[in-house]
Structure formats: C-alpha cells, structure tokens
Design a protein around this ligand. Structure first.
Ligand SMILES: Nc1ncnc2c1ncn2[C@@H]1O[C@H](COP(=O)(O)OP(=O)(O)OP(=O)(O)O)[C@@H](O)[C@H]1O
Ligand code: SF4
Ligand SMILES: [Mg+2]
Length: 332
C-alpha cells in the first residue's frame, strides 16, 4: 500500500547560542538523517527519552519549527495518490493542510486552548477555517465532535470555558478539535503524559476507538514504552536524534534488536515486576547533541560496543521482514 506520510533523511539542527573557543558556534544536531513512513490508518509509536528529537520531528511535519531551525530532507504527504512535499508548499497550502489533513494534539491542552473562548466556539472556529459553512452548522458539528469524543452532555459543555473542565475533558476537547475536520493523520505528542493513570487509560481507549471509526493514521509520540504498546501497530525508537530501531510492535517487544531498545524495555515495569527492587536503568548519559559521537550515538553507554562502533554511524539493518535496527554487532 502506498504510504500516507514519508519522511526522508530529515535533519534538524540549531545554531548554538554560545561561541566556542574557535569563535565558530557549535551546531546542535537535534535530528539526524531520520527516515520513516506511515501507512493510511496505521498507528506508529515514536519512542525515545527526553531530548531525543520526537517533538521536533512532529513540528517539522506540521511546519511549525522555530524559524532558526536548520532543516533538510523531505516530508511527503500522499493525498489521493499524489505526493505533496510539505516542505515546498506555499504558506496558504500548508495552512489548509494543517488542521484539515494533518492535525496535532499536545501534552498540555491548556497551552493550545484559548482560555477566554467557549470550547464549542473554539471547535467551531477550526471548522470555519476550512469550510464555507454557517456558524449555526459549525456549532452543531462542534457539538457532534464533542459527542464523538464522549464528552457527556456536549451541548451544555460546549458553552464552558477551558478552566471549567477537568484535565481529561480538556484533552477530549483538543481531540475533538483535531478530528472535527476529519484529518487523515493525527500527530499525538505525549497526549496522556500530564494525566493521571485512570484518565490516561480512558484517553488511550478513546484514541483507539476514533482511529477505527475515522480510519485515522496516527503518529503517537511518547517516552513511555508501556503507553505506546497500547496503541501502536509499529514502533520507531529514537536515540539522540537518530532512528535506532523500527518494526512491528510485537516484534520489537519480543525480539528487540538494538541494545538501547533492550535497555528501555528492561526499564518498563509489568505485573510480574518485583517492586522491592529498583527497575533497571541504562548506565551513562545521552551524548551532547552539539558534539555527537562520530559513530553509533549509543556507543558510550553500550555494553556490546566494539572498536568499529565509534568510526561511523552504523547503517540500519533489516533483521527480519520489516524490522530494522541500527546495530550490526547485536545482529551479526
Ligand atoms: N528552539 C530550539 N533551539 C535549540 N535547541 C532546541 C530547540 N528546540 C529543541 N531543541 C533541542 O533539540 C533536542 C530535541 O528536542 P525535542 O523537543 O524534539 O525532544 P523530545 O524528544 O520531544 O523530548 P521530550 O520527551 O522532553 O518532549 C533537545 O535537546 C532540545 O533541547
Ligand atoms: S553499533 Fe555498537 S555501540 Fe552501537 S548499539 Fe550496536 S554494539 Fe552498541
Ligand atoms: Mg517532546
């Protein structure tokens, strides 16, 4: 099947604020040579620690990166069989794309909601930005979207301001706003991280339901493997801005092929975990993005490293059908 979204060799860097000894500012390499594809209706989980480049990747797709970001590579959205290079679209075409074909939800809905506008009006506004419909119709469709995301008594709740809603209900409003124009792709950046566990489970169930109902593809971003395992079909693991492993969720969970992924999985608690012992962690720290190691980014922390690992970035190797890992040593 033709993909819906293809990211090809994406690089995102930032000129550093401070000068180094030579007077030449070191560049911060936040995302390096990242390639990913997403099929229509598929949920791809993007997992990695804080600072690994997950949010920047999603902002690059939406073309919402800060202006100082240095970007290269291609981001192609395939609409009715015709590829559109998002990085080359004019601003108006990109504005149309955003919100109607590709929508995004964030970790903290308060930052994306207008505090002084009724939530129903905010959802209606999203519709009016993309459709020539009456205010009345937009309002009715906004209430319908609130019902789609299981907000009880949506007609009454539509008149509430964001602060009158709980965190979980606010996230539902954000999701209603994101799906009201029936996008094909939803980018969800840590959508449940700020919520308590019960509400988190409800939002994950809701996303799974909406995905089926509206045949939504989703790029689901999280630092939490356990959360990703509940929603994703495939998983992409990023480390210090590089893609280190990619494959079907079950394959990654049962046969992780990259030492970093294995370490992350050992740190995920399950029902059999002995709570009297601390969970395993990966020794060492993430390398500086201003001077990343010339070879494998995980090399300074890797127990399996050999001399070649520090020479050049290892290639992604297909360890089984559709399962890729950037580690020749663990897979030789
Ligand atoms: N505007 C910016 N200027 C300079 N560096 C930035 C900027 N935005 C992000 N970075 C750096 O790029 C790296 C990746 O950031 P990003 O926000 O994508 O991480 P993340 O994987 O989403 O992390 P988290 O899990 O904490 O949300 C980080 O080291 C961050 O400090
Ligand atoms: S390439 Fe080398 S350093 Fe990198 S994960 Fe594999 S063994 Fe470890
Ligand atoms: Mg982030």
């Amino acid at each position: 099947m033709a993909p819906l979204l293809e990211i090809r060799n994406l690089n995102i860097a930032f000129p550093a604020q401070t000068e180094n000894g030579s007077g030449k500012p070191p560049t911060l390499h936040a995302v390096r040579d990242l390639s990913l594809a997403l099929a229509p209706g598929e949920v791809l989980g993007l997992v990695g620690e804080s600072g690994s480049g997950k949010s920047l990747t999603s902002l690059a797709i939406m073309r919402l990166l800060p202006p100082q970001a240095l970007v290269s590579g291609e981001i192609v959205f395939i609409e009715h069989g015709s590829p559109r290079n998002l990085r080359a679209l004019d601003d108006e075409s990109m504005r149309q794309m955003r919100g109607s074909r590709i929508a995004m939800i964030f970790q903290e809905p308060m930052t994306a909601l207008n505090p002084v506008m009724r939530v129903g009006d905010q959802i209606a506004e999203t519709l009016l930005a993309h459709h020539a419909i009456s205010k009345r119709e937009a309002h009715d469709r906004a209430v319908e979207a609130m019902s789609d995301v299981a907000i009880p008594d949506p007609a009454r709740r539509a008149r509430d301001y964001p602060h009158q809603l709980s965190g979980g209900m606010r996230q539902r409003v954000m999701i209603a706003m994101a799906i009201v124009n029936r996008p094909q792709l939803l980018i969800a950046d840590e959508p449940t991280t700020a919520l308590d566990v019960t509400i988190q489970a409800q939002i994950l169930d809701l996303l799974a339901e909406l995905r089926q109902k509206f045949k939504l593809a989703m790029l689901f971003i999280s630092h939490d493997f356990a959360v990703v395992s509940q929603v994703a079909d495939r998983v992409a693991v990023v480390y210090a801005g590089t893609l280190v492993e990619l494959g079907a969720k079950n394959e990654i969970f049962s046969h992780a092929a990259h030492p970093y992924t294995r370490g992350l999985l050992r740190a995920v608690p399950d029902l059999t975990t002995d709570r009297s012992h601390p969970l395993e962690t990966i020794a060492g720290t993430v390398p500086s993005l201003q001077a990343p190691p010339p070879g494998c980014a995980f090399e300074p922390r890797c127990e399996l490293r050999v001399e070649e690992c520090s020479r050049a970035l290892p290639p992604l190797i297909e360890v089984s059908a559709g399962h890729w890992a950037r580690c020749p040593v663990a897979n030789s």
